[in-house]
Design a protein around this ligand. Structure first.
Ligand SMILES: Cc1ncc(COP(=O)(O)O)c(C=O)c1O
Length: 431
């Protein structure tokens, strides 16, 4: 047990290694022991605009002075501007925004909207997915976080993923028939035609290994949903706001979902806010029908101001283009790292979201954790699933990225070759 009077998440309390975060600047954060860490994981994938961003914190202060309290039917400039910006970012046809406090809540409300609009109850998602920790979002989630809490909400069906390096259909990308995509249309029919309200997909499954789909995956799924009448929901909580080099991840594939959910990068973690962005063809249902969704802190003024300021930072600094330009640099460095490893490995990436998957025993991953602590590199290492995931703040400089990735590569070579320490340096975050 730790001495702290609160729970730490997703862990046995006796296993946690707390660290004191004191601040940060750009792609770096600091800890109370004087440590300065290169943040190659954007903390929990949310710090797209970077640490210590005064343009956002100043906007929060101004809004707190001006108007900090509201209720659902209140209107103020930050609320209007944020909705307008989100609709413009989503593209033609999107007409309404529903605000939430988190990514999980965005998905909860997308479930409710889809059920109300279609009159159907069932939902479809994938096994290698994470959609949030509340019961509806967790029921959609396919990964290890769902089974301990089952039964979840009824009617959720899971299908296999676009995991081309280990195709669940036993195929090779060059010769496959996109079974991962066509299985969705088949499942919609097998579940009873016109019974699934919505298909929830991360454009690129993120925390589950950066499973970049083939270019025709999303168009095939879009067509299947249109044919069946199921709504297509793009869960952009992790991939949104430039993470993959486009404003939203789905925009890589020339498709238009019916609903977009987002959070994390929306205010870059400076405030707790998420959103459901709804296409006009769905939103118009609620012109005459009651929208049975609501939250006390709907469109909180301070969160809206933080999100507007964050979106302005992305725009002023051209961060989405910067992420698109640095994506190949991250890829090049990871490919170079993989070539140096003594174990079989796979690299997957899109923009500034990348995974290195290595076939290595658990102790090698423990050694990697220790190497990263020693090198003060923060990223998402998942030894159980054999992946390291990279998602640096979009403001990271090319030199910072290259230096950090080369340090990572040296640490990975040592760890996977059986060298290096097993003991994580104390006083730093669990990478
Ligand atoms: C794709 C995706 N959806 C939803 C969520 C849940 O977001 P939150 O933790 O803000 O509830 C996450 C969080 O990691 C996510 O990665």
């Amino acid at each position: 047990m730790t001495e702290y009077p609160f729970f730490f998440t997703w862990t046995a309390q006796s296993a946690v290694k707390p660290f004191e975060l004191t601040g940060g600047q750009g792609a770096w954060f600091t800890t109370s022991d004087g440590g300065r860490w290169l943040d190659l994981g954007a903390l929990a994938y949310q710090v797209n605009a970077g640490h210590g961003e005064r343009r956002i914190t100043d906007a929060i202060t101004r809004q707190a002075d001006e108007l900090a309290l509201s209720m659902a039917n209140a209107v103020y400039p930050a609320k209007v501007e944020l909705a307008e910006r989100l609709l413009a970012m989503a593209g033609p046809g999107f007409s309404k925004v529903f605000f939430t406090l988190s990514g999980a809540e965005a998905n909860e409300n997308a479930i409710k909207i889809a059920r109300q609009v279609t009159g159907r109850m069932k939902l479809l998602s994938r096994y290698r997915s994470y959609h949030g920790a509340s019961m509806g979002a967790l029921s959609l989630t396919g990964d290890w976080r769902r089974p301990p809490l089952e039964p979840g909400i009824p009617g959720v069906v899971h299908v296999h993923d676009c995991y081309c390096d280990r195709c669940p259909f036993g195929q090779e990308l060059a010769t496959c028939k996109r079974e991962c995509a066509t299985t969705i249309g088949q499942t919609l029919a097998l579940e009873g035609a016109r019974s699934i309200a919505a298909v929830f997909l991360e454009p690129v499954p993120g925390a589950n290994g950066v499973l970049v789909p083939p270019d025709d995956y999303w168009p095939i799924v879009r067509e299947a949903c249109t044919a069946d009448g199921a709504l297509l929901v793009a869960d952009e909580v992790l991939t949104g706001f430039g993470r993959t080099g486009k404003p939203f991840g789905f925009q890589h594939w020339n498709v238009v979902p019916d609903i977009i959910t987002c959070a994390k990068g929306l205010a870059s973690g400076y405030a707790t806010i998420g959103a459901v962005i709804v296409h006009e063809r769905v939103a118009r249902h609620f012109d005459a029908n009651v929208l049975a969704c609501g939250l006390t802190y709907y469109a909180h003024p301070i969160a809206c101001a933080a999100a507007v300021a964050t979106m302005k930072v992305y725009e002023e600094d051209g961060m989405y283009d910067h992420a698109a330009r640095l994506g190949p640099v991250l890829r090049r460095e990871l490919d170079a790292c993989a070539r140096r490893l003594p174990a079989k490995s796979y690299v997957r990436s899109l923009g500034l979201l990348a995974a290195l998957e290595v076939e290595a025993p658990a102790d090698a991953w423990t050694r990697l954790g220790a190497e990263l602590s020693r090198r003060k590199l923060s990223l998402h290492v998942d030894g159980k699933r054999g992946t390291a995931i990279f998602a640096p703040p979009l403001c990271i400089g090319e030199e910072e990225l290259v230096t950090g990735m080369r340090s990572f590569a040296d640490g990975a070579v040592a760890a996977f070759a059986g060298r290096g320490s097993k003991d994580a340096a104390s006083g730093g975050p669990e990478p």
